[in-house]
Design a protein around this ligand. Structure first.
Ligand SMILES: *Cc1c(COP(=O)(O)O)cnc(C)c1O
Length: 404
């Protein structure tokens, strides 16, 4: 198996790093050498035979791939259609994020780097990064907003247990965007020995393309597994939640050029699109620059990034990757907002009908099954991006009365 399959059409990033009018590398001049080095070498390395062998060996033996494609019989019966879960929740560390961090640490090694820097919001990407650094014996520094460190104390503990140094970002709102600024500053000051691992299909080119390629193993496996189970590689629908968009990019990738497959991205509407407490980027965003690329961004009329809100920490992001902005604008994928309440109900339903407690991020994708109204003979694949252990307290608080 190889993840180096080339998209040939308009969904492949162009040489300048654009998908349509979105993408590029809008970075401070001091970062040019780092980004130029990465851009010059990433394809060569990740397409090489020895990289692919090591990547797939680790995905198999360490991450636990291929993850199962599971026929969700009771949910299928409830909605009178054919529903399959792609079980990324069964990956080591409990979500898809490790597919990307494994790929990037192997690239870092080949670039001769000995140290890793990353930023993290809720801590999930920080944990996935600290994990692969322990695996490879690399020094790991993770910047995290001071406020987030308090809100997500268990993930801070996990990162420290894994040997990472967690540094608080103490400027601004002391959340993800401040941690990102600190991580970038760190990389500028340590360009020769350090690689910066970004956690989603965001950031300056070539990160969105690189991360999408690493995550594309998800849809590559779906095609093979669906063929075995249904006789066709192509489902009717693929559903995935979108924060920055990496699990969705991975689940969509090998279907982008199959027009019969309907791609549906579920974004976090929080307390409602117009409540002022939302992270529904395509519904609310306008073109702007965020984290080094041009995409859709939730912003004030004068261009200040708005602090987003979602009950799920992983979807609490004011932008989306440039590939997704292009999928939205071109109509190739449909983007639908899901509220906190809809997601929480779907998380409970999945737990009780399938015996799988999903991450609240993932529950946003599951919530769309209710609205989809798929036909009995149609095939719906849901990317089950992560498990819900980390969210148990949030579920318990939300359903306090009903779960007595
Ligand atoms: C981080 C996370 C997400 C959101 O990130 P994407 O890059 O949009 O995939 C979704 N689900 C889970 C379980 C996560 O941990």
């Amino acid at each position: 198996m190889t993840t180096s399959v080339q998209l040939t059409g308009r969904f492949q990033v162009d040489e300048r790093g654009y998908y349509g009018r979105f993408g590029g590398a809008y970075i401070p001049e001091l970062l040019y050498p780092n980004i130029a080095e990465l851009t010059a070498h990433y394809l060569h390395y990740i397409q090489s035979k020895d990289f692919q062998e090591e990547f797939h060996q680790l995905l198999r033996d360490y991450v636990g791939r291929p993850t199962p494609l599971y026929f969700a019989a009771r949910l299928s019966a409830k909605y009178n259609t054919q529903i399959y879960f792609k079980r990324e929740d069964l990956c080591h560390t409990g979500a898809h994020k490790i597919n990307n961090t494994i790929g990037q640490i192997l690239l870092a090694k080949r670039l001769g780097k000995r140290k890793i820097v990353a930023e993290t919001g809720a801590g999930q990407h920080g944990v996935a990064t600290a994990t692969v650094c322990a695996l490879m014996g690399m020094e790991c520094i993770v910047y995290m907003g001071e406020v987030d460190m308090q809100r997500q104390a268990p993930n801070v503990a996990r990162m420290r247990m894994l040997g990472a140094e967690v540094r608080p970002a103490t400027s601004g709102s002391r959340t993800l965007k401040d941690a990102t600024n600190e991580a970038m500053r760190h990389w500028i000051n340590n360009p020769t020995d350090t690689h910066y691992i970004i956690g989603s299909v965001v950031g300056p080119h070539p990160y969105p393309d690189m991360v999408a390629r690493f995550q594309s193993v998800i849809s590559q496996e779906i095609r093979q597994q669906l063929a075995e189970k249904t006789g066709s590689e192509l489902p009717t629908y693929v559903l995935a939640c979108v924060g920055g968009g990496s699990n969705a990019a991975g689940a969509f990738y090998h279907f982008l050029e199959e027009p019969s497959v309907q791609l549906i991205a579920l974004e976090a509407a929080g307390k409602g699109i117009h409540s002022g407490h939302s992270a529904a980027t395509t519904a609310l965003g306008r073109p702007g620059i965020l984290h080094g690329s041009k995409s859709l961004v939730i912003q004030t009329p004068d261009g200040q990034v708005v602090e987003p809100y979602s009950i799920s920490a992983g979807l609490d992001y004011p932008g989306i990757g440039p590939l997704h902005a292009y999928l939205f604008e071109s109509g190739r994928a449909k983007f639908v907002p899901i509220t906190d309440e809809e997601a929480m109900e779907a998380g409970l339903l999945c737990s009780q009908l399938e015996g799988i407690i999903p991450a609240i991020e993932t529950a946003h994708a599951l919530a769309y099954l209710e609205k989809l109204k798929a036909q009995p003979d149609e095939v719906v694949v849901v990317c089950l991006s992560g498990r819900g252990d980390k969210d148990l307290q949030t579920y318990i608080n939300w359903f306090a009365e009903r779960l007595k």
